[in-house]
Design a protein around this ligand. Sequence first.
Ligand code: HEC
Ligand code: HEC
Length: 205
Amino acid sequence: MKCTVLTAVMLSGLVEIAIAASPAYPEVDLVRAEEIVSGRCFLCHGMEGESSTSLYPRLAGQHYQYVAKQLADFKAGRRQSDTMQSMAAELSEAEMLALGVFFEMKPAVASPVGDADLAAVGKFVFFRGNEYSGVAACATCHGQKAYGTAQLPRLAGQGARYLENQLKSFNRRERTNDNAVMHSIASRLTELEVKAVAAFISSMR
Ligand code: HEC
Ligand code: HEC
């Protein structure tokens, strides 16, 4: 009996230690990450991951696992981009992970709605899809708030032009890595739906 109680106490102690020692992010070298970002990434993605134009993806608030995976794919040429392949060429796995954590920790920003009518069409597509052409609602995978998951990118607040470009490149299979799911969705979107859903998503916060 005594022994069981002791074990229970020891176990609860262990659990506490385990919780205290497992923060939301893995342990990474954030100083090194900042050095890399201020050396080159900031030119396009900004020091805060806010990006200098909506052509370049916003990285603020993006899941670190997704960022690290994309960097590894750019480096290996699995996701083709001349710009990003040269940016990722020298990065180690540890640096990719650190860059991911660096950017996920930055607060995400959203864009103001430009064309409210267009965004309203996009809102419909985002939450309801298009049952007439077989487009699944974006929210079913990317989440009601478009925050994504560790395996699935956050979309909320992403730049409209970047979103449009990615949807088009998924459609043409020019986005070469992991494009199966998004290809089948993007290939059913009309030009209007692409613009509309991009406008809506970029305003989500
Ligand atoms: C000259 C501009 C430029 C610089 C500098 C740059 N990037 Fe990029 N980055 C881009 C572009 C353009 C894309 C989109 C590529 C595509 O079309 O697939 C991109 C895409 C990405 C993505 C994928 C985002 C997503 O949502 O899928 C990540 C992650 C990324 N960059 C990280 C970095 C890091 C880290 C650095 C610094 C080591 C860096 N970038 C430097 C232009 C740049
Ligand atoms: C069945 C699940 C599913 C649905 C539904 C879905 N997506 Fe995706 N989406 C994914 C996955 C998985 C990825 C990540 C692909 C990768 O890892 O490269 C993705 C990636 C994306 C990206 C790339 C983001 C970035 O940062 O580069 C965009 C943009 C996107 N989805 C938009 C949409 C839109 C808009 C809709 C609704 C019209 C939608 N998705 C519906 C699963 C889905």
